[in-house]
Design a binder for this molecule. Sequence first.
Ligand SMILES: NC(=O)c1ccc[n+]([C@@H]2O[C@H](COP(=O)([O-])OP(=O)(O)OC[C@H]3O[C@@H](n4cnc5c(N)ncnc54)[C@H](OP(=O)(O)O)[C@@H]3O)[C@@H](O)[C@H]2O)c1
Length: 269
Amino acid sequence: MKNDRKEPMTTRTSQETVRLTDDVCIPLIGFGTWQLESTDAYNGVRSALEIGYRHIDTATAYENEDQVGAAIRDSGVGRENVFITTKCPPNLAGHERETIDNSLKALGVDFVDLWLVHWPPDGEARPETWKAFIEALEQGKTRSIGVSNYSIAQIDQLITATGKAPALNQIRWNPFVYDARLVDELASRHVVLEGYSPLKRSDLGNPVLGEIAAAHGKTPAQVILRWHVEHGFVVIPRSARRERIEENYAIFDFELTADEISRIDLLKA
Ligand SMILES: NC(=O)c1ccc[n+]([C@@H]2O[C@H](COP(=O)([O-])OP(=O)(O)OC[C@H]3O[C@@H](n4cnc5c(N)ncnc54)[C@H](OP(=O)(O)O)[C@@H]3O)[C@@H](O)[C@H]2O)c1
C-alpha cells in the first residue's frame, strides 16, 4: 500500500475505534494478557485501565479470564466502557457453547464484545464451529465474532458456508511482516486486521526505527505501536511492568509523517 501523501495519514486519539461489521466499535489499542498469570494478569489489567486502555484481550487458553474479570470489576471503570475479547481454543471446537458459557462465568460478565476462534481447528476453517459462533452472536453472548490465525482462503470458506464474514482476523503482525496485499484482501472482505505480538516479534534495535524514534523523542516500541494506529490496525501490546504499559499507551501525542510510515512499511524488505 504505497502512500504518496506528505502529511500524516490521520490524527489518531487514544479513544479512536474501528467499526466492525456487527456495528460494534473496537478501540484501536488494547492490552494483551497472554502469559500474564494470576496476580500479573490482575495487576496488569488494573494498571492498563487506570492508564486509559479500554480494550482487554484474553483467551480461554490464557487461563486468566477470572483475574481479568476481577480486575475489570474492581477498576470501577464500568463494564460498558471496556471492550473484552476472548477466544475459543481449537481443541474445544465442537464444544463452543460450553466454552463461551465458561468464559462468561470466569470473566463474570453477561456477554463479551468479541469472541474469536483462536486457531483454525486442526488447521482447518471448520464452518461448523463458525455456525456455533453465529449462534452465540444471535443469543447475545458476544457482540461480535471473528477469527484468529486464519488465512484468506479459510475466511472465504466461512463466508461461502454461512454468508457471514468474520468481523476481524487477529494475526501476528508488525512492520517486519507487513504485507500490503494481505491488508487489501482483508479490507475487501470488511475484515478488520488486529495484530498480535507487535513488539516481541520486532527488531527493536533496528536503525530506521531508532532514527524515527529519536526524531520524535519516543522509543522504537512506541514508533511500532504508532505505525499500527496510523494504518488503522488494531494492536494489543502486553507487558507485566506498569512503566511499559504506560509507555505503550503514550503514543497519541505524536504523529508519523507519510515518509516515515513508508520507510517502516519497507522494513520487511
Ligand atoms: N491470537 C493469537 O494466537 C495470539 C498469539 C500471541 C499473542 N496474542 C495476543 O497479543 C498480545 C500481544 O502479543 P505478545 O504478548 O505475544 O507480545 P508483545 O506484546 O509483542 O510483546 C510482549 C513482550 O514485550 C515486552 N515489552 C512490552 N512492552 C515493551 C516496551 N515498551 N519495550 C520493550 N519491550 C516491551 C514484554 O516484556 P515485559 O512484560 O517485561 O515488559 C514482553 O516480553 C498477547 O498478550 C495476546 O493477548 C494472540
